[in-house]
Design a protein around this ligand. Sequence first.
Ligand SMILES: [Zn+2]
Length: 131
Amino acid sequence: MESNIIQLGGPHYKICKCGCKTEFNGRRNQKYFPKHKAKVNNKAAAKRREKLSPTFRKMEKCYSILVKIRNLNLLDQWIPITDLTRDGFDPNIPSNSIKTKKDGIEFSKLADFAFRLSDDASKIIIHQIKL
Ligand SMILES: [Zn+2]
């Protein structure tokens, strides 16, 4: 009788559901051997991100080109768009749209950079902004 009561609140015999079939003692609602839970969660997160990763890679590439332009001291001035596109920059990369308070000029914002194209789309001006 006493041993039954202890068993109700105590550890339960489990088989890990990650697919490894490891046997362990755990909580009643525990599905995974402790060290396998993170592995299962990471795998699920990677699968969720899979569809977005080409877009993230493209954004990362564009961002690195903006950093390069900054390091060349070419911010805050009109420069030929070809200076960026030849390295793989895409001015239509997913970005937020922001407007200047003063005159309502629209910029695309990618992290801490804001940029816009000239009317004929031959030039680009890039500013670094405070986040
Ligand atoms: Zn497992």
